[in-house]
Design a protein around this ligand. Structure first.
Ligand SMILES: [Ca+2]
Ligand SMILES: [Ca+2]
Ligand SMILES: [Ca+2]
Length: 221
């Protein structure tokens, strides 16, 4: 554990969209619904949608239509932080980069899926996991700031390698990131702009269930 990490607060609000998609009707029970959130919920029809807007407790409600994947806050995640969306009452959660994370039970090992997240980083150095499914020695699908070399780029980890993107994160700025995983290809959009893509030889993903805010148990970030 590095003392520097104490200062590495990250605020992240996460939408995780995973294909294939299914349909039902569940209204969010804790995160505060808004025009933004209901539009995302209904148009994205994501498999999991965590708004991280809880004010207390240890449950991170899945606000997707099906709502099957409530997560668990671990390590003392700070709730009730300012959110990203103008005029949206729903707050965000802050992760300390030491042992804070949300564990979901959504399997990351799908050949095609999308990770969509709002995040704000307090620093632009060091590896900072935003949405992750890595297990030590195994690799799933993840969105990580400064992956591998701890620089300021926003990177996409795929099985089994990474897209080291040219997009550099600035501290204290909210970003909207979308990482799309297709068989043998990944791409990254930030704030609606395509940053780039990478092709690779696809092998079978062997990552873990999705987490928010932590790389893996041996390498917290
Ligand atoms: Ca939120
Ligand atoms: Ca903590
Ligand atoms: Ca880099």
């Amino acid at each position: 554990m590095s003392s520097q990490r104490i200062y590495s607060l990250l605020r992240r609000a996460v939408v995780l969209s995973v294909l294939p998609l299914t349909l039902a009707a569940v209204i969010p029970t804790k995160a505060q619904a808004s025009l933004y959130s209901t539009t995302v919920r209904d148009l994205d029809n994501a498999t999991g949608y965590w708004r991280l807007g809880e004010s207390s407790g240890t449950t991170a409600i899945d606000s997707s239509i099906l709502g099957n994947y409530n997560g668990i806050y671990n390590g003392g995640v700070t709730l009730g932080q300012s959110g990203a969306i103008f005029n949206d009452p729903d707050p965000a959660a802050s992760f300390d980069g030491i042992n804070d994370y949300v564990q979901t039970y959504l399997d990351s090992n799908l050949p095609e899926l999308t990770i969509e997240a709002w995040f704000k980083s307090d620093v632009n150095w060091g590896e900072r996991s935003i949405v992750d499914s890595d297990v030590s020695g195994h690799y799933g699908h993840s969105l990580i700031q400064g992956y591998w070399n701890g620089d300021s780029s926003l990177d996409v980890q795929h099985h089994d390698g990474q897209y080291d993107s040219p997009f550099n994160v600035q501290p204290g700025v909210w970003y909207h990131a979308v990482a799309r995983f297709m068989s043998g290809n990944v791409d990254l959009h930030v704030n609606g702009t395509l940053i780039g893509s990478k092709t690779f030889v696809q092998s079978t993903p062997d990552g873990d269930n999705f987490r928010i805010g932590r790389h893996n148990v041996f390498d917290p970030q």
